[in-house]
Design a protein around this ligand. Structure first.
Ligand code: HEM
Ligand code: NAG
Ligand code: NAG
Ligand code: NAG
Ligand code: NAG
Ligand code: NAG
Ligand code: NAG
Ligand code: NAG
Ligand code: NAG
Ligand code: NAG
Ligand code: NAG
Length: 315
């Protein structure tokens, strides 16, 4: 058996409908459960939560559901690392896992459940899958808070650093730009951008790369000194709609984080930002990039295990 997963990508070990024989209704079950959660409009934040969880999972140790493990007495898990603000959705995934265990015990990995659930939650708005999710991921045994910092991109990084970060995961500059479009949904904590608004260079100024109209708007939401409980929509007028609007406001200099704004500072990344002004391009490219992201460092074959409970390893 080849043990993939220690390297950067799975080398194509994932398959279409991996559970066809072992759990034929697995994908349908995930979709129905997630769409059920969204159907009465009471959980509109869920798509962003699950999409971000999937991203954090894949960038730290590969897409192996390490983000879902709880800390143990001798090990602090990824979910308890410092940049875990607003991480959520764990309870829903635990319930979905229990449902799948009741139908097909010991078959469907938490890593696949997360990848499918993120796709289905984001797709609910359109009632059709926005990207293909190949399956066959297995679950890892290890989750370390100390691995989050070195692997997860920082909101204060410039494009050079972000590009390197993505390259370390086998992803290209285009993937960086396209996947940053995920910030078309969801919220960010005001506290992270306090400096951009109030004291960018230590002279009581705001970040000159931020649109002044937007600065004025954000100041009404984000006080100084910061209140770390306050969040704002990163795409303020359409933070519940998954679309290419992120790229439209980015060009108006309304990128929420430095890591968003910086995509305009490099001719190559700006080229992709321009391409993403076209909605069809965005959906096509986002689908392709998500497939690549979902392939990072996956455990396949006999590596890892199929967890019984997503928040703890079997042994
Ligand atoms: C390019 C590097 C990236 C950086 C530096 C970054 C950073 C961040 C930060 C700091 C937040 C706000 C966290 C908070 O304040 O609670 C956030 C939110 C979010 N990110 Fe990213 N991110 C990046 C890429 C991605 C990618 C590739 C995806 C998914 C494909 C993604 C999906 C999300 C989503 C959906 C949210 C909103 C979460 C919510 O509403 O709770 N991000 N990101
Ligand atoms: C939303 O509604 C669904 C279906 O009625 C329910 O299962 C779920 O627990 C609710 N979620 C929240 C956050 O209230
Ligand atoms: C943590 O403890 C468990 C048993 O309590 C052991 O199996 C595991 O190897 C330990 N992990 C580390 C990283 O020391
Ligand atoms: C984030 O980590 C802290 C401990 O550092 C923990 O108390 C908190 O529950 C974590 N948040 C989430 C959403 O897991
Ligand atoms: C990007 O950030 C890194 C690390 O902070 C720094 O060394 C580098 O000079 C920056 N690059 C540009 C083009 O600003
Ligand atoms: C701005 O930053 C400078 C340098 O870090 C600091 O001395 C000053 O007190 C800050 N001003 C405000 C209003 O936060
Ligand atoms: C911070 O904001 C929350 C609302 O998000 C509010 O309830 C709380 O009073 C604020 N705290 C301070 C110190 O202003
Ligand atoms: C949101 O929409 C309003 C009304 O069209 C507009 O004035 C405002 O500039 C928009 N906000 C942002 C951040 O683009
Ligand atoms: C700032 O935003 C306004 C709309 O809110 C827009 O008309 C203007 O072109 C933007 N300015 C820059 C420099 O992008
Ligand atoms: C996880 O633990 C199981 C059982 O202890 C073991 O068979 C498997 O090799 C471990 N996987 C990894 C990736 O360490
Ligand atoms: C993991 O932590 C969550 C939140 O604290 C808790 O609800 C869940 O029961 C824990 N899982 C296990 C297996 O203890």
């Amino acid at each position: 058996m080849l043990v993939f997963g220690v390297g950067v990508c799975s080398g194509g070990s994932l398959r279409k409908n991996f559970y066809k024989k072992t759990c034929p209704k697995a994908e349908e079950t995930v979709r129905n459960f997630i769409w059920g959660q969204l159907s009465n409009g009471n959980n509109s934040a869920l798509p962003a939560k699950l999409l971000r969880l999937h991203f954090h999972d894949c960038f730290v140790r590969g897409c192996d559901a390490s983000i879902l493990l709880n800390s143990t007495s001798n090990s602090t898990a990824e979910k308890d690392a410092v940049p875990n603000l607003t991480l959520a959705g764990f309870d829903i995934l635990d319930r979905l896992k229990a449902l799948l265990e009741s139908k097909c015990q010991g078959q469907v990995s938490c890593a696949d459940i997360l990848a499918l659930a993120a796709r289905d939650a984001v797709s609910f708005q359109y009632k059709r899958p926005l990207w293909e999710v190949l399956t066959g991921r297995r679950d890892g045994n290890v989750s370390l808070a100390s691995e989050v910092g070195p692997n997860l991109p920082s909101p204060s990084s410039n494009v050079t650093l972000l590009r390197q970060n993505f390259a370390n995961k086998g992803l290209a500059l285009k993937d960086l730009v396209v996947l940053s479009g995920a910030h078309t949904i969801g919220v960010g904590h005001c506290g992270i951008i306090t400096n951009r608004l109030y004291n960018f260079t230590g002279k009581g100024d705001s970040d000159p790369s931020l649109n002044s109209t937007y600065v004025a708007f954000l100041k009404t939401k984000c006080p100084n000194p910061p209140n770390f409980t306050i969040t704002v929509g990163m795409d303020p007028n359409s933070s519940l709609s998954f679309d290419n609007h992120y790229f439209e406001i980015l060009k108006e200099h309304k990128g929420f984080f430095i890591s968003d704004a910086t995509l305009l500072t490099n001719a190559n990344s700006r080229f992709f930002v321009d391409q993403m002004q076209n909605s069809r391009n965005f959906f096509t490219e986002f689908a392709a990039s998500m497939k690549r992201m979902g392939d990072i460092g996956v455990l396949a074959g006999k590596a890892g295990e199929i967890r019984k409970i997503c928040s703890k390893t079997n042994s």
